[in-house]
Design a protein around this ligand. Sequence first.
Ligand SMILES: CC(C)(COP(=O)(O)OP(=O)(O)OC[C@H]1O[C@@H](n2cnc3c(N)ncnc32)[C@H](O)[C@@H]1OP(=O)(O)O)[C@@H](O)C(=O)NCCC(=O)NCCS
Length: 207
Amino acid sequence: MKVLAILGASGHGKVVADSALSSGLWQQVFFYDDAWPTKTHNGQHEIVGNTKSLLDLSEKPEVVVAIGNNKVRLAKLTELIHNGFTVATVIHPAAVISSSASIAVGTVVMAGAVINADAVVGSACIVNSNAVVEHDCLLGDAVHVSPGASLAGGVVVGQCSWIGIGASVIQLKRIGSNVMVGAGAAVVTDLADGLTAVGVPAKVIKY
Ligand SMILES: CC(C)(COP(=O)(O)OP(=O)(O)OC[C@H]1O[C@@H](n2cnc3c(N)ncnc32)[C@H](O)[C@@H]1OP(=O)(O)O)[C@@H](O)C(=O)NCCC(=O)NCCS
């Protein structure tokens, strides 16, 4: 029986667990979370330890990190890799992924997501339910494309940026690192590092 350890007993973690089990690549999941032992369950799944207990395991299971905060997720994943863990890529069987797309380790792709031809998705990314990453997009590490968000062809998104739920980015735009695109926004210009932009068309509200 193949077991997947999921670090981060979040709501997002439950969806990662469902995706992993539905894929058939793992038959059992165990959660680890720093709220353990106060918190013992994540929905129907058991939480069996915290980050330290996971790092201390002599037989290391495959792991994935299910923490919503992009920077924290990337840091935890990096720590696990440095400690010799094999990091899984979790793809729900109802996601559609081009054979020419590439997806790095530690990324999760949820049900209904589409990743089209020649798209390149970095490590520790979340391509959430019904998100669309069109052809030739380039996503850095720890990018989160929220449910129903769409990136048109050739969009570039820098490390740790978050595309909010239902947002759209028109073709060939470049979004920097640590950018927040608000829910429902329509991005029609490039966005530099660290900005928050909202609305239709998206305007910068925070630098
Ligand atoms: C963009 C966002 C991060 C801003 O959050 P924030 O920094 O806390 O900003 P505030 O809530 O203080 O809002 C600041 C202003 O922007 C407006 N605003 C915030 N989010 C907006 C959005 N998505 N679209 C349009 N306007 C928005 C607010 O109404 C407010 O306007 P005001 O100053 O005229 O009152 C947040 O609203 C958002 O859209 N998050 C995305 C959540 C998401 O996608 N979740 C999916 C999880 S999987």
